[in-house]
Design a binder for this molecule. Structure first.
Ligand code: ZN
Length: 166
């Protein structure tokens, strides 16, 4: 994705209030993000445990989505689980169930979209083999990196659409 600035980040959020978007913790190293290798910018809020954020490009504009990790989702979680965006398999704690409030009327009624996502939201890097899960998955994949990138982007677009279009 193209490099974005802190003000781009703050003005991109579609599912939280303007006040929340203004206060949330934006990464300090935006200048150093590996933008060419990112399908989306994702990070956990260091000041607010359980909160995470994801910014993707959709139809040429930025869509920022605030996420909340389900409390206790990783507790006693010994089996492997898979991220629904990049399909990376992680062991305990590497995947979290996160929910995003939907936009519009559905969101006002408390409607959310849930998905299992890499806890560190580094799906783009796992997709490209630039980051490895703590324990290598045993899924024997024959897809090329380009095919994996295409798959992650399709899954990402579908997730964003569920949040903004229902
Ligand atoms: Zn992932």
């Amino acid at each position: 994705m193209r490099p974005i600035t802190e003000s781009d980040v703050r003005s991109s959020f579609v599912n939280c209030s303007k006040g929340e978007a203004k206060r949330l913790g934006v990464p300090h190293d935006l200048d150093e993000q590996p933008w060419d290798d990112l399908d989306f910018l994702g990070w956990r809020d260091p000041g607010a445990p359980g909160r995470g954020y994801l910014i993707a490009e959709r139809d040429g504009s930025l869509v920022g989505i605030a996420l909340r990790a389900a409390p206790g989702a990783s507790r006693g979680f010994t089996s492997r689980s898979m991220c629904s965006l990049c399909l990376t398999t992680h062991t305990s704690g590497g995947v979290a169930l996160m929910s995003a409030r939907r936009t519009g009327e559905a969101g006002r009624q408390g409607n959310t979209v849930g998905a299992y996502l890499c806890t560190d939201l580094a799906c783009s890097l796992y997709t490209r083999g630039k980051k490895q899960p703590a324990v290598a998955g045993d899924l024997d994949e024959t897809l090329s990196v380009e095919e994996k990138i295409a798959r992650t982007q399709v899954n990402l677009a579908a997730f964003v659409d569920r949040v903004i279009k229902g």
